[in-house]
Design a protein around this ligand. Sequence first.
Ligand code: UD1
Length: 423
Amino acid sequence: MAEKFIIHPRGPLMGRVEISGAKNAVLPVLAGSLLTGQPCRITNVPNLSDVEFMAELVESLGGFTSWDKSSGVFNVDTSRLSKYDAAYELVGKMRASFLIIGPLLARLGRARVPLPGGCAIGTRPVDLHLKGLAALGAEIEHTHGYIEATAPKLVGAKIYLDFPSVGATENIMMAATHAEGQTIIENAAVEPEIVDLANFLNTAGAEVRGAGTDTIKINGVKEMKGTSHSVIPDRIEAGTFMVAAALTRGDVMLTNIMADHVKPVTAKLKEVNVQVTETEDGIHVKADGEPLIAADIKTLPYPGFPTDMQAQFMALMTQAKGTSVITETVFENRFMQVGELKRMGAVIKIESRSAIIEGVEKLTGAQVNATDLRAGAALVLAALTADDVTEVNGICHIDRGYYRLDDRLNQLGAWIERAKENA
Ligand code: UD1
């Protein structure tokens, strides 16, 4: 049954929190395990429902998975991969499942994967993925809502991405690992998750160079092997806890974090008067001093400010002194949290791709709805500072990408109950 959070007012968050492995790194790595055909051991795997979906998908194709959720060790063996077509019910649940098309094509010469539908944050096409696969020699057909790709042989090519799409870069990079000759991806995405995937593929025998720059070169190899890989920490989960600390004027130490990966968030937090210090242990966020001040933000591909942190930062700016303008340039419709924040007393106006936020003294408790993962997280953060009880419905979206956000915030001093939606 659907669940909700009941969030009670409490004071500043205090204490330590350990950041989980990155959702957006582990999903492509699991898709990449389809390429190896040998057992892989993935560690630091976050306990998330999206990882569950990906495991189901790998199993549905003939792979074997075993996951010890308490230790975060995930074993995957795709030696018996037998199917090239993915079920709509599984792919429809999660857009990242489209990442299996490149690996399936490379491994089996064929893939049939449902087109991911539109979702709450925009239409999210896959044209760049498909253009890349076609450039490697795949024949692409759209039939009855499915993409069918066939290529008895993939051949390396030079591919320029019109936009540095994260998913397209990953899909093409994976397909190219088994292509004949060299593939060059230009204007590639440079997100840390791309580097993590390349590291995984390389330890499994692939030859990927340049990941983390806008030009990635992949020399095709005939065979790959099993490997062990530890997933990078989740920079978005880290950013979310950093903003939670800032919003509640708290004092929180975050561990298992890559300071470099959260630099854009750190920079903005400092700009709005929050103290952020790198220590040997991790990152220390302290916001019990000066009042928060407004700042403008524009989301951009990495190393710009992440679109996945836009909603949480908007929650923060509702409590800042002054007016801030947040411009979303990565997705066309990613202000789903605005209506809900307004129900909590925020003053926000949308003008085209920008949201204009007037800081208010206090947010009030209300019943609100999490429409997607990051919008949901933003509502939880906003609720931490509201003067009254807030109910956040639709928290299945939040559970997709945050492991037990409620319990972990509670350990820092929040008061969040998880209850049945109609209870
Ligand atoms: C990934 C992340 C997501 C994050 C996003 C941007 C995963 C599992 N998800 O999503 O959390 O918000 O990066 O940092 O890693 N586009 C096209 N054609 C395509 C592909 C993308 O036009 O073929 C557009 C999209 O509609 C969007 C923009 O490019 O406007 C960015 O999308 P992309 O970088 O591909 O994001 P995802 O890989 O889907």
